[in-house]
Design a binder for this molecule. Structure first.
Ligand SMILES: [Zn+2]
Length: 170
């Protein structure tokens, strides 16, 4: 960080403290050249990518939309709000980790489907039927059959617990 007075790039930190909420570090610095002091603030970048809709419109990322979609799908199902929040967290983190400025809205939809698939079959089918807007009942039945086939023989998982998948899943 350049000195705001003389633009020298070298300086030393003379004091460093964490903000009350722990989200920011305030550093007092002294310029190596002119010895004047200035303050810098460091925080984690929390910007989320813009969401690109099917028609090309961009809109600001909105966590509430994900949470509401999940809640609607999980209505009257044995899925806790903690689970819903955790799912939203995972989807959000996945979007952040891509490090892109924009993401297609379909990416959020697909991620939500994958999560629900592991959590609750009814919620999954509900979400998938709305999200994919199945053109006819046959398409819907194929999806349903595949889901039932996959789940057959699997021990019942407690709702909300995400199964471990492969070594890359940490
Ligand atoms: Zn200076």
């Amino acid at each position: 960080m350049k000195c705001p007075f003389c633009h020298e790039a070298d300086n030393r930190v003379i004091d460093s403290r964490l903000s009350k909420d722990g989200n920011m570090v305030r550093r007092r610095r002294a310029c190596d050249k002119c010895s004047r002091r200035f303050t810098t603030y460091e925080r984690v970048e929390e910007t989320m990518p813009l969401v690109v809709k099917k028609d090309g419109r961009r809109e600001a990322y909105d966590r509430l939309k994900i949470v509401n979609g999940l809640k609607r799908a999980c209505e009257k199902r044995p899925v806790s709000s903690d689970t819903i929040e955790a799912v939203a967290d995972r989807i959000e983190r996945g979007l952040q980790e891509r490090g892109e400025k924009e993401v297609p809205s379909s990416l959020i939809g697909e991620a939500t489907m994958r999560e629900l698939h592991d959590i609750d079959p009814v919620a999954y089918v509900r979400f998938a039927s709305v999200y994919r807007s199945f053109k006819d009942i046959n398409e819907f039945m194929v999806e349903l059959e595949e889901l039932l086939k996959e789940r057959k023989g699997q021990p019942a998982k407690p709702a909300g617990e995400k199964p471990k998948k492969g070594p890359e899943h940490r």
